[in-house]
Each structure stands twice: as structure tokens, then as C-alpha cells.
Design a protein around this ligand. Structure first.
Ligand code: NDP
Length: 488
């Protein structure tokens, strides 16, 4: 990168702030040299393996199995065999297992948080304070529904579907696993889950939680591998596919499943508008903007990556934002003071760099606060682009990195028009002190989630999902259990 000075591998700090290093110890995590697939409650070895690394320094962490089509078939068969007894178990019995899993996740949260940051690159304070509590909360929440399905859907005779194939991405590995597995199990299904190629380790550690909770063998099966393993799972004899990932792969899966009778939910990309009106609490809004785009290095499908500022407050907002950006600490994900960790993979870093270069080329003005990026690993400084036109790639395409594009508007109508001018429709944010304006905007924004005076807030009771190319189906809340049930 040309705009950022790389000086050594020390944690970067703004010139006038000094922080002592506060690294979280990795001693709590014990990794195996090689992991198999978790099928029918046993570890199954495969012919091929690949290394999973830590993006903070590119060191290999473990060898992971590459599941073939035949391996996926075995996992689906194990899930099918387990389905009968599991679905016939009383709801309150299923709930006990889910409560157990929630409790074990909470008890082992430090171990999981360290492993999540090690394998994925996200700051430990986020794994510790967001990913882990939310993952446990999802199991806890859905445990509560397991014995109340008839009350949740009165007069609709809900029945489980069978075996669910679940494919998840690398940005929230354990949390996405919880979003997928908890509602499926509560509804009486069994699952085969494929974690992302770059972040399989917390899913593999979760198998130990499953054993500890004494979940019957075959109820949860984990198959690791690359995209071909995901494709094999889509093709396999499952009853439903739940996918979170890129819009391109989502479209391919939808084409593949058309006419097969398999149920499908897709949670895909986004290009959220974060809309700031001139009557908002400015400093709060700036915190919300920062959280909206720099949380988890911007590897967030609902990230507030397009900032729309009302013209009358454009200058103070941009000035405050740039000043706040100088206090963001980029560096070791395992340091408790780190705000922005490592980019998940070399491939993702290349994609971010390509889109940032396109932004400059097209004429946008770039700002990156002075910060020292470590020599090893994958890093990208927090970035803001001003003078952005709506047609620029950085305003249209999902960057999935710590890169914000700032645009302006004059009236609420114009804000809505511009915010909706994208193929996506996952989330949006509105910052104003006027309640009626929040409601007016929320009715018009084509986004599955609209946050008001906050951003990136998640709760297991609240449905989440998209419109347009952001996918269909909801996760979270009662809505999130519906796709795992048959009402016929
Ligand atoms: P993908 O959509 O490729 O990956 C998501 C999951 O699907 C992974 O487990 C992946 O496996 C698997 N997969 C890949 N190809 C297939 C296939 N043909 N059939 C079934 N499953 C498949 O996303 P990427 O990781 O490649 O990220 C690319 C872009 O997608 C990002 O830059 C970002 O813009 C967007 N993205 C959006 C996410 C969201 O939450 N909406 C999450 C992640 C990415 P494997 O990891 O092994 O390739």
C-alpha cells in the first residue's frame, strides 16, 4: 500500500497515544496437528488435507480435512439416521441439549474467543464481547422454543424437515454456526455444516462441545473443505440448504436447487446505507459510523459501507470522522486494545486493494489515518473515500473491508432514492432525533434491517435477512425457525 507507512511489526498507535501491549495468551487453546471430519459422533479421516493459517502472521495452525463428495454423503447418511430418534424426542428433551450447549459455550468462551481471533483475525475484544456471548445466546434462545413449537405457530402443525445442509462464511465463523445450528436443532432437524475454508477451527472445537453435551451421534456433523465440499453438500440428499456467503455463489446454488424440491434460504452480500440527518446527535453518529464500517475489519455483510450525510453537516461529520479514525488501533488481533485486526485472507486483501485502487482511479479522494501496519500477515488501514459518485465501483460493489464511501443528500426523499440505488437490500441505518422521520425512512428503505441511532446491533430474538440480491429467508427470532419447519 502506498498511502500507509509500514514501520516494523509493533502495534501501531496514533502519534500522541501510547499503549502498552496487552496480548491475550493463547495457552488456553490446544490445537491438534490434524483434524478429521465430525461424522456420526466420530472423527473420520480423509485422503486430502489442507493447512489453515493465522492471518495475523501467516503461520500454519493445523491441517484440516478436505471432504470429498463421498465424505459428504457419509455425513448426510449419519444425519439421516439420527433424524428419526432426534425428531421424535420430546421438545423439552431437545431443549435440554441446547441449553447444555449454550452453557458449555459460555463456560469455554475464552478458549473459543482466542481461537476465533487466531484463525480469523478479528480483534479479541470483538470475539470475546460479541461473537461468543451472541453464539451462546442463540442456543439459549432457541432452546426456549424447542418445546413450544405448537404455541409459536398455533393451528399450523409444525414438523421438522429432516436433514439440513448448512454452509457458512469466514467473517463470523462460530456465530454463523450458532445462527444455523440452534434453530435447526430446536425444530427437530439434524444438520451437516460446512465452515469456510479459511476459518474451520472453531467449528471443529464445537464438535467437542457437542460431545460434552452428549448430543446423540449424527445430530450435528461438521464437514470441512473448500467450495467443492459446499457444492457437494448442495447436491447431496439433504432436505434443505441454508447458505450465508457471496451473492454469486448464492445465485449458483439457487440455480442448482431449482426444481429439486429442496428448501433454500440465502443470506448474501450487502452495501448498506448509513444515513445521517443534520438534527442527529453528531458525536454519537460518528461512533455509529465507525462501528458500522470498521467493526470486524468491515467483513460484515450488513456493514454501513455507504455513508450518506446531509449536505448541511457534511464538513463537521467528515472532520470528526477523520479525527476519530486516528484513534483506531490496527494490529495484533490478540491484543486487547486492538480495534481493527487482520484481514481474513490474502484473497480478501487482494480484493480490497483492487477496489480501493479503482476508487482512486475513478476520482474519489482517499483518507487513511497514519498507522503502522505489521510486516507479516494481512492488513489494511481504515479508509474513507470522499468525493464519491454513486456510479463508482466503491459505491456499488461490496468491498467487505474497512473502507467507507461518503456521499451526500439534501432531502429525505433523495436519501431514500440514493440508499435504495443498489442491487442489495440487507440493512440500513438512520441517524436523527426525530422519531417520525425514523419511521418514515424505515417504511421506504428496501432493507431487511433498519437500525435507528445505532448500527450493527444483533439479538437472537430479532429476525435478520435481506431483500433483492441480499437473499431471502430470515435468521433469528421465530422467523428464523420457520425455514426449518414443514407446515403442510
Ligand atoms: P463464498 O460465497 O465463496 O463462501 C461462502 C461459503 O460458501 C464458504 O463456506 C465457501 O467455501 C462456500 N462455497 C464456495 N463455493 C461454493 C459452491 N459452489 N457451492 C457451495 N458452497 C460454496 O464467499 P467468499 O468467502 O469467497 O467471499 C467472497 C465475497 O463474498 C466477499 O468478498 C464478500 O463480498 C462476500 N461475502 C459475504 C458474506 C455475507 O455474510 N453475506 C460472507 C462472506 C463473504 P470456501 O470458504 O471453502 O470457499
Amino acid at each position: 500500500m502506498t498511502d500507509v507507512t509500514k514501520r516494523g511489526d509493533r502495534s501501531p498507535v496514533p502519534a500522541d497515544w501510547t499503549y502498552a501491549p496487552a496480548p491475550e495468551s493463547t495457552d488456553i487453546v490446544s490445537l491438534q496437528e490434524r483434524y478429521g471430519l465430525y461424522v456420526g459422533g466420530e472423527w473420520l479421516d480423509t485422503k486430502e488435507h489442507f493447512a489453515t493459517i493465522s492471518p495475523r502472521d501467516e503461520t500454519p495452525l493445523a491441517e484440516v480435512s478436505q471432504a470429498s463428495e463421498a465424505d459428504v454423503g457419509k455425513a448426510v447418511a449419519a444425519a439421516r439416521e439420527a433424524f428419526g430418534p432426534w425428531s421424535k424426542l420430546g421438545g423439552s428433551e431437545r431443549a435440554k441439549y441446547l441449553f447444555r450447549i449454550a452453557r458449555i459455550l459460555a463456560e469455554r468462551s475464552r478458549e473459543f474467543a482466542v481461537l476465533e481471533s487466531l484463525n480469523g483475525g478479528k480483534p479479541i475484544k470483538e470475539s470475546r464481547d460479541v461473537d461468543l456471548p451472541l453464539a451462546a445466546a442463540h442456543f439459549f434462545y432457541y432452546a426456549g422454543w424447542a418445546d413450544k413449537l405448537e404455541y409459536a405457530y398455533p393451528n399450523r402443525s409444525p414438523k421438522p424437515l429432516g436433514v439440513a445442509g448448512q454452509i457458512i462464511p469466514w467473517n463470523f465463523p462460530l456465530l454463523m454456526l450458532a445462527w444455523k445450528i440452534a434453530p435447526a436443532l430446536a425444530a427437530g432437524n439434524t444438520v451437516v455444516l460446512k465452515p469456510a475454508e479459511t476459518t474451520p477451527l472453531t467449528a471443529l472445537l464445537f464438535c467437542d462441545v457437542v460431545r460434552q453435551a452428549e448430543l446423540p451421534p449424527g445430530v450435528v456433523n461438521i464437514v470441512t473443505g473448500d467450495g467443492s465440499t459446499g457444492a457437494a453438500l448442495v447436491e447431496s440428499a439433504v432436505d434443505k440448504i441454508a447458505f450465508t456467503g457471496s451473492t454469486d455463489v448464492g445465485k449458483a446454488i439457487q440455480r442448482q436447487l431449482a426444481g429439486t424440491g429442496k428448501k433454500l434460504t440465502l443470506e448474501l452480500g450487502g452495501k448498506a446505507a448509513n444515513i445521517v440527518f443534520d438534527d442527529c446527535a453528531l458525536d454519537q453518529a460518528v461512533e455509529g459510523i465507525v462501528n458500522g464500517i470498521y467493526f470486524n475489519q468491515g467483513h460484515v455483510c450488513c456493514a454501513g459501507s455507504r455513508l450518506f450525510v446531509q449536505e448541511s453537516i457534511y464538513e463537521p461529520v467528515v472532520e470528526k470522522l477523520k479525527k476519530r479514525m486516528t484513534t483506531l488501533r490496527v494490529g495484533d488481533p490478540l491484543d486487547k486494545n486492538t480495534d481493527i485486526g487482520a484481514i481474513n485472507s490474502r484473497m480478501q486483501l487482494d480484493k480490497i486493494e483492487e477496489l480501493v485502487a479503482a476508487g482512486k482511479e475513478e476520482g474519489a479522494e482517499i483518507y487513511q489515518p497514519p498507522c503502522r501496519l505489521p510486516e507479516k500477515g494481512y492488513w489494511f488501514a481504515p479508509t474513507v473515500f470522499t468525493n464519491v459518485a454513486q456510479s463508482y465501483r466503491i459505491a456499488q460493489e461490496e468491498i467487505f473491508g474497512p473502507v467507507l464511501s461518503v456521499l451526500t443528500f439534501r432531502t429525505p426523499d433523495e436519501a431514500v432514492e440514493k440508499a435504495n440505488n443498489t442491487p442489495y437490500g440487507l440493512s440500513a441505518g438512520v441517524w436523527t432525533e426525530k422519531g417520525s422521520r425514523i419511521l418514515w425512512m424505515a417504511q421506504r428503505l428496501r432493507a431487511g434491517v433498519v437500525w435507528a441511532n445505532t448500527f450493527n446491533r444483533f439479538d437472537p430474538t430479532s429476525p435478520f435477512g435481506g431483500y433483492k440480491e441480499s437473499g431471502f429467508g430470515r435468521e433469528g427470532g421465530l422467523h428464523g425457525m420457520e425455514p426449518y419447519l414443514d407446515f403442510s
